[in-house]
Design a protein around this ligand. Structure first.
Ligand SMILES: NC(=O)C1=CN([C@@H]2O[C@H](COP(=O)(O)OP(=O)(O)OC[C@H]3O[C@@H](n4cnc5c(N)ncnc54)[C@H](OP(=O)(O)O)[C@@H]3O)[C@@H](O)[C@H]2O)C=CC1
Ligand SMILES: O=C(O)[C@@H]1CCC=N1
Length: 268
């Protein structure tokens, strides 16, 4: 399902989505991008061959606008584009925390809005994007938004009340795994391994473990038990992880991310 899509705000997430759409075969002629810095606009055009235009031109041209600026910049962007929107334009926001109500209050009455929360794995076509439609978004609008994110990974439609939790879990999710990889690599160095070798061992364990989770459909507890030999090494490590409260730490961390997502709407 292709249509004319403009990506407004081409930082890390906006450019990742633009690149992903192109990789999936979305025609460059059906894409526009915007940037507020001239040098970035020129580099973007050179990298992707997609015309970079101003926000108002993008807003009046596209069927679907993907809004990928930071939550704190969204109010100003909406004020700029609202006069240029046609009643048929679908707005898709990837901003953490901002509710569909935030957009509906600032846009012409009846504008369809879909809230989406992707993660950076869209860069390798393994993104996970959680979608919720606003008051004026039909299932057709949600599906149209979903088509953009399915081109770079997987999608899940959830009630908007679950978006802050999903943001904390899968929007921020890759960062938790990178943190774990960093910490495990440091552990390898502590035990005397060269850093590059420790890094390779950890990354290969992470990829192997992730593929097992995805492809065997086994519960993670069963997969972990299969690694944990009686009186062996893994169980000693597990005792330390539990003693240091790693499970509770992860729960508290993800709860804090959920709370921050809630705050962003109020403070933007
Ligand atoms: N990074 C991630 O993993 C994820 C991010 N998101 C969401 O994506 C959004 C962007 O985040 P991220 O890409 O990390 O942030 P970035 O800061 O990398 O990107 C934001 C971009 O928006 C540009 N911008 C701001 N205002 C305007 C404007 N009026 N017109 C055009 N461009 C504008 C900024 O320009 P300038 O460079 O001049 O500041 C910047 O390039 C956020 O809302 C975030 O919540 C969602 C899921 C995951
Ligand atoms: O940290 C953030 O706010 C963004 C949203 C989810 C991932 N990165």
């Amino acid at each position: 399902m292709t249509c004319d899509v403009a990506v407004l705000g081409t930082g890390k997430m906006g450019e990742a989505l633009l690149g992903g759409l192109l990789r999936s075969g979305w025609p460059a002629s059906g894409l526009r991008a915007t940037s507020r810095r001239k040098e970035h606009a020129a580099a973007l055009e050179a990298r992707h061959g997609v015309p970079v235009v101003d926000n108002q031109e993008a807003a009046s041209w596209a069927d679907v606008l993907v809004l990928a600026v930071k939550p704190q910049d969204m109010g100003a962007l909406l004020a700029e584009i609202a006069p240029a929107l046609t009643p048929a334009t679908l707005l898709v926001s990837v901003a953490a925390g901002l509710t569909t109500g935030f957009f509906e209050e600032r846009l012409p009455a009846g504008t369809p809005v879909v809230r989406a929360m992707p993660n950076t794995a869209v860069l390798v076509d393994e993104g996970m994007t959680v979608l919720s439609g606003g008051a004026h978004a039909s299932p057709y609008h949600v599906d149209r938004a979903g088509a953009i994110f399915r081109s770079v990974g997987h999608t899940l439609v959830v009630p908007e009340s679950q978006q802050d939790a999903a943001t904390a879990l899968s929007g921020s999710g890759p960062a938790y795994f990178y943190f774990l990889v960093e910490a495990m690599t440091d552990a390898g160095v502590l035990l005397g391994l060269p850093r590059d070798k420790a890094h390779e061992l950890v990354v290969r364990s992470a990829v192997g473990g992730a593929v097992m989770l995805r492809d065997t459909a086994e519960h993670p507890v069963r997969l972990r038990e299969a690694v944990t030999s009686p009186a062996g090494t893994t169980v000693s490590a597990m005792r330390e992880l539990e003693r240091h409260g790693v499970r509770a730490a992860l729960m508290a961390a993800i709860e804090a991310a959920r709370d921050r997502s809630r705050e962003l709407s109020a403070s933007s």
